[in-house]
Structures are given as C-alpha cells and as structure tokens.
Design a protein around this ligand. Structure first.
Ligand SMILES: NC(=O)c1ccc[n+]([C@@H]2O[C@H](COP(=O)([O-])OP(=O)(O)OC[C@H]3O[C@@H](n4cnc5c(N)ncnc54)[C@H](OP(=O)(O)O)[C@@H]3O)[C@@H](O)[C@H]2O)c1
Length: 316
C-alpha cells in the first residue's frame, strides 16, 4: 500500500515537472521598481504587479505611504523623491543589498502644470521638468548597471500629450515629448546590451493629478482679464470646475505587464481610456505625416506614403 502511494506520488510529480507547473513556480521572482507608487496610475501598476507575483519596490515620499505600501504582499515601500539624488542612491543600495537584482524600472512619478505658454513663469518649467524629465533620466542613470545585468526593462509612463500638444498643457506636453525622445534614444542604446525600453501613452484616467494641478493653479493669483489672450485664459479658469469622470487606470497596468512579459517590447504603446482617443491620436500622427509629405525639395506622392505605411505595418 505504502509502495503504491509512493509510485502515485512519483508519477504525479513527474507529470507536474513535465507540464512545467513546478518549473514555472520555481522561477526566481522578478523585482520591479515603480516611482510614484502611492497614487493614481503608479499605485494601480504597483498593486497589479505585486498581485501577479512580481516583487515591487514601491517609490513614495511620505512615511505613511511607505508604511502602507510595505504592508502589501510582494511589496516594499521605498522613500523615493526623483528630484533628490540621495534618495535615488539609497534606493540603489537597498535593491543591491536585498540581492534580488532588478528586472525593471517603471518611471511613473509625474506632475502637471497648466497655463498659457507665453505667460508661464520659468519656475513652473523648472518644477515640472525636474520631476517629469530629469527624474526618469536620474533613475535610468542610477539603475542602468542592475538593468543591464538582468537584461531588463525601462517603462516610461509618458502621455498622449507626448504625441500631441493641446492648449494650456504646453509645459506638460513639452516634458512628455522629451520623454518620447528619451525613450527612443535609450531604446537604441540600452537595446545593444539587452535592455528593452518602452513608453506608454495613457489617455485620461482617474488619479490625483487633476486635484494637484488645480490646487497649484488656484494658489497662484490669475486674472484672466489681464492676460495677453483673455478668452483662452478665461477658458483655462474653467478647467478646475470640470466634473468629467475617468476610469481607473487598469488598462495602463495591463500594458505595463505586456511590456514586462514581452521578449521584444515595442518602443511605444497607446493606453487610451476610450476609442475616440485612440482614433484622435492616430489621426494626429497621420496629419503630421501628411504635412511632412510635401512642400519641400524631396516631396513624395500619396502612393509612396501608403507604401511606407505598409512597410511599417509589415515590420511590426
Ligand atoms: N491620470 C492621467 O490621466 C494621466 C494621463 C497620461 C499620463 N499620466 C502620467 O501618469 C503618471 C502618474 O500620474 P497620475 O495621473 O497617476 O497622477 P497622481 O495621482 O497625481 O500621481 C503622481 C505620483 O507622482 C508622485 N510624485 C510627484 N512628484 C514626485 C517626485 N518629485 N518624486 C517622486 N514622486 C513624485 C506623486 O507622489 P505624491 O503623492 O507624494 O505627490 C504621486 O505618487 C504621470 O507621469 C502622468 O504624467 C497620467
């Protein structure tokens, strides 16, 4: 009887090994660092990755947030202000000391400012670029050796504003266009040593961003009637009265997972929150192509343009 049950057990184990069930379980847990993980999109990504079995270093700035994030299974809160080099250096040391390595950095932390470009104070640009552009740059510089060691991933949370530039969000769009350039060059450079680099372009999702931007704007004393563009300035004042509701950013976390699981991630992924946004972005890019097709020395025909599009679709 004892022999029979041992045989049965052996057969069961062999079946599990050959089906890959045990092999998959024993794969080392991949670690991912997410910046700005206490709120909105970053929080959604961090919780989702932890639930999917990744070990998440969840960057946050307040003690309470770090404590809360650390209480989640597969998650460790880390103090991380992306404008403070000593925070970044400590995070690198922490990750190294833990000995898990690091498979990916998700550069999510970001801020928004609104205002008309010709009237925006330079300090607003400094504030926003310090977080949205220099932040990811500092993070990649600091974590590149660990990412190269793991042949890992950099995921930059950009925005649809990295592709088009609406009025009032000029400074924000400038920063996200910079992230697009950062992603493209980094993808070439780190690609040579096995690291995949991607940008994700979310549409509007529920987060704390709208409240933060309004709080910042309302602190400043704007008088639309004194603006160089009074009609536009008056419209801008209404931004903070908007009551539009957006979905939770689950779709962004889906795309992050897709990038982490892909052997060959693309340079950019759209994460719209409705189908109109997807079409709007595609039309915007096609419009740029149409503008650049002619009006210069080496213009090309509609047929040549369509051939180029077919080539690009084939290469995808
Ligand atoms: N929500 C959208 O509709 C949308 C659309 C497209 C792109 N995005 C992008 O998604 C990212 C996340 O934004 P969100 O919408 O989720 O906004 P959010 O809820 O306001 O979250 C922003 C996060 O960034 C953190 N952060 C701000 N300054 C930081 C700094 N100096 N160092 C480290 N962390 C900092 C915030 O931490 P604190 O709480 O401590 O301030 C917070 O965790 C941003 O890059 C944003 O541009 C958002």
């Amino acid at each position: 009887m004892r022999n029979i049950s041992l045989c049965t057990l052996t057969a069961l184990l062999l079946t599990l090994f050959s089906s890959g069930a045990i092999a998959a379980e024993s794969e080392p847990q991949k670690a991912v660092l997410v910046t700005g993980a206490n709120s909105g999109i970053g929080r959604n990504i961090a919780y989702r990755l932890a639930a999917e079995g990744y070990f998440v270093y969840a960057g946050a700035r307040s003690k309470d947030d770090i404590k809360e994030l650390s209480s989640i299974r597969n998650m460790q809160g880390v103090r991380l202000d992306v404008t403070v080099q000593s925070d970044i250096d400590s995070a690198v040391e922490r990750v190294k000391a833990d000995g898990r390595g690091l498979y990916a950095v998700v550069n999510n932390a970001g801020v928004v400012v609104v205002g008309l470009l010709a009237e925006t104070d330079e300090s607003e640009l400094d504030f926003l670029f310090d977080v949205n552009v220099y932040g990811p740059y500092r993070m990649v510089k600091a974590f590149a050796p660990l990412l190269i060691e793991s042949k890992g991933r950099v995921v930059n949370i950009s925005s649809m504003a990295g592709i088009m530039s609406p009025p009032a969000y000029g400074v924000y769009s400038m920063s996200k266009h910079a992230i697009e350039a950062f992603t493209d060059t980094l993808a070439y450079e780190l690609g040579t040593v096995g690291v995949g680099v991607s940008a994700i372009e979310p549409g509007p999702f529920n987060s704390n961003a709208a409240a933060s931007v309004c709080e910042r704007r309302l602190k400043q004393d704007h008088d639309a009637s004194q603006s160089l563009m009074p009609a536009l300035a008056a419209e801008l004042d209404e931004i903070c009265n908007a009551t539009a509701k957006y979905p939770e950013p689950d779709a962004v976390a889906d795309v992050v997972l897709q990038v982490l699981r892909s052997d060959k991630p693309k340079a950019r992924y759209l994460a719209p929150s409705d189908p109109q946004q997807a079409e709007f972005i595609a039309r915007n890019i096609v419009q740029q192509l149409a503008e650049l097709r002619s009006g210069h020395y080496y213009s090309f025909s509609r047929e040549e343009l369509i051939d180029m599009l077919d080539d690009a679709l084939t290469a995808e």
